[in-house]
Ligand binder design. Structure first.
Ligand SMILES: N[C@@H](CCC[C@H](N)C(=O)O)C(=O)O
Length: 281
């Protein structure tokens, strides 16, 4: 199986161009666990499968390193756009990608045939509690209390197709991410689990964020998470609609435009290509 290793600000993926899917193993969950293992496999936060689509240029499936499937991935979609464009697979400035969160449209910003950055129309955030999904009364979840093992957190929830739970804190360096992250990810209030973002305000136009990802643990960046944070900032009256989100792997530019859509701009990097042997038992 041929693959390409890519990353968006250190959030890394194995991309496999699987076409119709014929000839590939059926069990993508086990394959993702095996290939993403950082000691026994290639190592990555997720496996990205590119498949033929009847409604878009390509269909993207994103399988987290624990084998669970996510609806969308912001960093992966930038990498996919660059990969498709630079390898002449889809040589279009705006590429339509079918995902479980709908059709997403990354736009490649290029010079001399090389992609410098990718701007993605990430669509509309979903804010109703049932759309997150989160248990509880109807309405939006903005600055609501969540009790986790006797401690209280003020949470705001946003779905970018996948669920995000955002918590504003005075200092992200003081957050014990690997302890609290998994407890919120698997909190019974979130029937499909959740990604967890801790955010420190730097100014109304700049925030610092760390993330515990559903199915992958702590990662260096999360594109859907950065979009969700921009929305949470506005809903809590803390940020303007255009913000720079500083992640451990670098910054992303996010705009929650007046048309209601989120636009994310950031880099995408191709690291290496390889061939992977799948041993069937
Ligand atoms: N890193 C991604 C999100 C990947 C999926 C996530 N772990 C989930 O399960 O929802 C991004 O850049 O958006």
């Amino acid at each position: 199986m041929f693959f390409t290793k890519v990353h968006g600000l250190g959030n890394d993926f194995i991309v496999v161009n699987a076409g119709t899917g014929e000839g590939f193993p059926d069990d993508y969950a086990s394959l993702a666990v095996e290939m993403c293992d950082r000691k026994f496999g290639i190592g990555a936060d997720g496996l990205v499968l590119l498949l033929d689509s009847g409604v878009a240029d390509v269909r993207m499936r994103i399988i987290n390193s624990d084998g669970s499937e996510a609806e969308m991935c912001g960093n992966a979609i930038r990498c996919v756009a660059k990969y498709l464009y630079e390898h002449n697979i889809v040589r279009k400035e705006e590429i339509k990608v079918e995902t479980l969160a709908g059709i997403i449209a990354p736009q490649v910003l290029h010079q001399d045939g090389k992609v410098q950055a990718v701007k993605v129309d990430m669509g509309y955030p979903r804010l109703e509690r049932t759309e997150i999904p989160m248990l509880g009364p109807a309405g939006q979840v903005v600055g609501e209390n969540l009790e986790v093992d006797g401690e209280n957190y003020r949470i705001t929830t946003v779905s970018m197709g996948n669920p995000h739970c955002i918590i504003f804190v005075p200092d992200v360096a003081a957050v014990a991410l690997t302890e609290i992250g998994p407890r919120i990810e698997t909190h019974p209030a979130f029937p499909r689990k959740t990604n967890v973002e801790f955010v420190q305000m730097l100014s109304p136009r700049e925030v610092k964020m760390i993330v515990w990802e559903r199915g992958a643990g702590p990662t260096l960046a999360c594109g859907t998470g950065a979009c969700a944070v921009a929305v949470a900032g506005v809903l809590n009256g803390l940020t303007e609609r255009k913000v720079t989100v500083h992640l451990p792997g670098g910054p992303l530019e996010i705009e929650w435009a007046e048309n209601g859509k989120l636009y994310m701009t950031g880099p995408a990097t191709e690291v290496f290509h390889g061939e992977y042997t799948v041993y069937k038992p």
